[in-house]
Write a protein that binds this ligand. Structure first.
Ligand code: FE
Length: 204
């Protein structure tokens, strides 16, 4: 039997074969109503199986997900998307304004931001090379009613050394597997702090 789960605009059909850890996905684009079928393996990368019912290629999915319990989600971000863009879109879709995120993956580019506290000045630096995301961790809050992500990422290079820091953006090249937990009802806002130059948590 195929359980049919309605999740807002996303229609997710699950052919759950837990022994094989295979899930068949059916997603419907909010914008166009176009349906896309794919086979997704929880233990490896998803394998495009069914023909996409589109000719134009205008639809750009950014993620697949399942709700694993109450307020927790497993996300698989699509290859070549930008991590913060896709995660922000997911949070908007699910109405998540407070929560936590963690994950791993592989990327071809990352931009980090370093704040020099002595001069309160940001230094941004972009690394363009293939890297393993050994850890992505952070939180979800809100600023002026909009999703506000605070993410840190550590990535290992070809020579197995690591770089990392406060993440501005990262381009997936391979996979990106995230866990998101939302905290419904909790207000975690942001306010600018003159002393540090940071947007600090604001609680109510
Ligand atoms: Fe930071």
């Amino acid at each position: 039997m195929i359980p049919e789960i309605q999740m807002d605009s996303v229609c997710m059909k699950t052919d759950v074969q837990w022994r094989a850890n295979i899930i068949n996905w059916r997603t419907r684009s909010k914008m166009t109503g176009i349906v896309v079928d794919r086979e997704f393996s929880l233990s490896s990368r998803y394998i495009p199986q069914c023909q996409e019912r589109q000719e134009s290629g205008l639809v750009k999915d950014m993620y697949k997900y399942i709700e694993v319990k109450g307020n927790s989600f497993v996300l698989s971000l699509d290859n070549h998307v930008e991590v913060t863009e896709a995660l922000t879109a997911f949070c908007k879709e699910k109405g998540i304004l407070s929560g936590t995120v963690s994950g791993i993956g592989a990327i071809s580019e990352a931009t980090f931001r370093f704040l020099d506290p002595a001069i309160k000045q940001y230094v941004d630096r972009t690394f363009r090379e293939q890297m393993e995301v050994t850890n992505l961790t952070g939180n979800i809050s809100q600023k002026n009613g909009e999703v506000y992500l605070h993410l840190h990422l550590t990535a290992s290079r070809r020579d197995y050394t690591c770089i990392g820091g406060h993440l501005l953006s990262a381009r997936i090249n391979g996979a990106c597997e995230l866990f998101v937990e939302s905290f419904p009802g909790a207000y975690t806002g942001r306010r600018p702090d003159a002393e540090t130059g940071l947007n600090l948590y604001e609680f109510k």
